[in-house]
Design a protein around this ligand. Structure first.
Ligand SMILES: [Zn+2]
Length: 519
């Protein structure tokens, strides 16, 4: 575009600019994807990309190597088989594989052409596509090729679903009047919108602040669905109360069947789900924690986010020191959201923290890896740390503990006028809404210190270094204390979190407001 402008004389640029702009919009490449399922019993699906309006003669198409929300290199390109390219007259085009994720196609300038391939699925998992006779779960990054420099362009997707499958669930925008066609305004949205197809069961929807929330899934199982939706609505309300704003027109919980894990998206989440585990109170509690975690992520990581976490680098991954904020503080908030929703008592809340403290304190890795290191190194260690080496930690364990210490410190220094909730709100309004970008490491610290009105340098040593956590100094500020005994069997420390016996007025005020109770 720049080179084209250089050829224009300055005297006519002003007149031509609007016309050229319209032409340039019209002439951008188009991406039309069709997905079909000719042989679901072979656990594969077929994808065709019809594309046109390219100026260049040689184009490299790439499959993402990972998906946002699951911070591991997945090399989705390795699942692409039988790839070919042909023009509208079915003449084959030259196609060369460059590496596991890249294919180069030649002789395509100003042509309309199609790239066709099969995606083989092997693993039933929340971060990989999976197809069988009964359903399909499609991950965008596992399915659709992109071209560097063109990920801001819109994409159309048509799903030719298997005749036995009745429903499609996705966060993608539907084409009006057509049940199987969707639009993504760009590839970031496409890769953020998994698609579940099959004979899906929809539970009753509910509204929070006028925004509809849906729950739809595959093989949901047998459980008290009325009670479940009642509890889920309380969880959503409690989560929305923290930030105060709902940044989408609708939200869908997409349950992909029994299994492990969930992944957050802008207006939906995909969760492994087995309703059969909701029959016990413990099962219901852990599912509510899990759903609160995934729901709160639509704020924390999708919108309240580190600078590096969007726009994404689909080839190399987006490394950041701040996953402990995005993940660790989402664990912290899942506990508080469910407690403040009134779904469980203090003891269950304390047990959640005790589990994190026991795991963290009995892990020798705490002396080797800081929270920022664990965040950055997750790409090679995995989200739960290197296993078996005792040299790493998980930000899912230390993150919520440090969040608790930060919260009580901020509440104490502001006489409970401010809390970690204010930090999250500040990040949401200042960076997501106002600046429309993520924040740096220094900006996160500055946000905490702005809310606290003072330096939090000593607390940030718990983030940047492996310094021993001085629990009771901070827990006492909010009327709590931590004790431990040594288990004679395995010599591990067993920690117990409980209330102080005689808290003063400020300690009690902090504790009650933290628990979501009125004074
Ligand atoms: Zn998470």
């Amino acid at each position: 575009m720049k080179s084209f402008f250089n050829k224009l004389s300055t005297s006519i640029t002003l007149i031509i600019l609007p016309v050229f702009f319209v032409i340039a919009q019209v002439n951008k490449p188009v991406f039309n994807y069709t997905v079909s399922f000719p042989s679901p019993s072979e656990q594969s699906y077929h994808v065709e990309l019809n594309t046109s309006r390219w100026d260049q003669n040689i184009i490299q198409f790439k499959m993402p190597r990972w998906m946002p929300g699951y911070y591991q290199i997945m090399d989705y390109g390795k699942n692409v088989h039988n790839i070919s390219a042909f023009d509208n007259n079915k003449n084959k085009l030259s196609l060369k594989q460059i590496d596991d994720s890249t294919w180069e196609i030649s002789d395509v300038a100003r042509k309309s052409f199609t790239i066709a391939y099969d995606v083989i699925t092997k693993r039933k998992f929340v971060a990989t596509s999976y197809v069988d006779n009964d359903h399909a779960y499609l991950i965008g990054g596992n399915s659709f090729l992109y071209v560097d420099g063109f990920i801001q362009l819109p994409v159309k997707i048509k799903i030719d679903k298997h005749p036995n499958w009745k429903k499609i669930a996705t966060g993608l925008q539907k084409v009006k009047g057509v049940s199987n066609q969707f639009i993504a305004t760009n590839f970031d949205i496409l890769y953020d919108s998994p698609i579940l197809i099959g004979n899906l069961e929809a539970l009753p929807s509910f509204e929070v602040k006028g925004i509809p929330h849906y729950f739809i899934g595959y093989k949901l199982g047998d459980f008290d669905k009325e009670k479940f939706i009642h509890n889920l609505k309380l969880v959503v309300e409690s989560s929305v109360d923290i930030i105060g704003d709902i940044p989408f027109n609708e939200y869908t919980f997409i349950a992909i069947g029994p299994g492990r894990g969930g992944i957050e998206h802008l207006n939906n989440t995909t969760v492994s789900f087995s309703g059969n585990q909701l029959k016990t109170e413990a099962g219901m509690n852990s599912m509510m924690n899990f759903l609160a975690h995934e729901y709160f992520h639509h704020y924390n990581v999708k919108r309240i986010r580190p600078l590096e976490v969007g726009p994404f680098d689909y080839e190399k991954g987006s490394k950041t020191n701040l996953l402990w904020v995005s993940e660790g503080l989402s664990v912290y908030y899942e506990y508080l959201i469910v407690k403040r929703a009134g779904l469980f008592n203090d003891r269950i809340l304390f047990q959640n923290f005790e589990k994190n403290i026991n795991t963290y304190e009995n892990n020798p890795g705490k002396n080797y890896q800081s929270l920022t290191q664990a965040s950055y190194e997750t790409w090679k260690d995995g989200p739960f740390g290197r296993t078996g080496k005792g040299k790493s930690i998980s930000y899912y364990q230390k993150g919520p503990i440090v969040g608790l210490l930060f919260d009580f410190a901020i509440r104490n220094v502001t006489e409970n006028e401010k809390s970690l909730d204010d930090v999250m709100r500040y990040l949401y309004w200042e960076y997501y809404k106002e600046k429309q970008r993520g924040f740096s490491d220094a900006e996160f610290q500055q946000a905490c210190e702005t809310i606290a009105g003072t330096s939090l340098k000593s607390l940030f040593e718990y983030v940047y270094t492996t310094k021993e956590l001085d629990y009771n100094t901070y827990l006492n500020l909010g009327g709590l204390k931590l004790d431990f005994v040594i288990d004679p069997a395995d010599k591990k420390k067993q920690y117990t979190l409980s209330r102080l016996d005689n808290p003063n007025d400020l300690q009690l005020k902090i504790l009650n407001s933290w628990l979501g109770q009125r004074d």
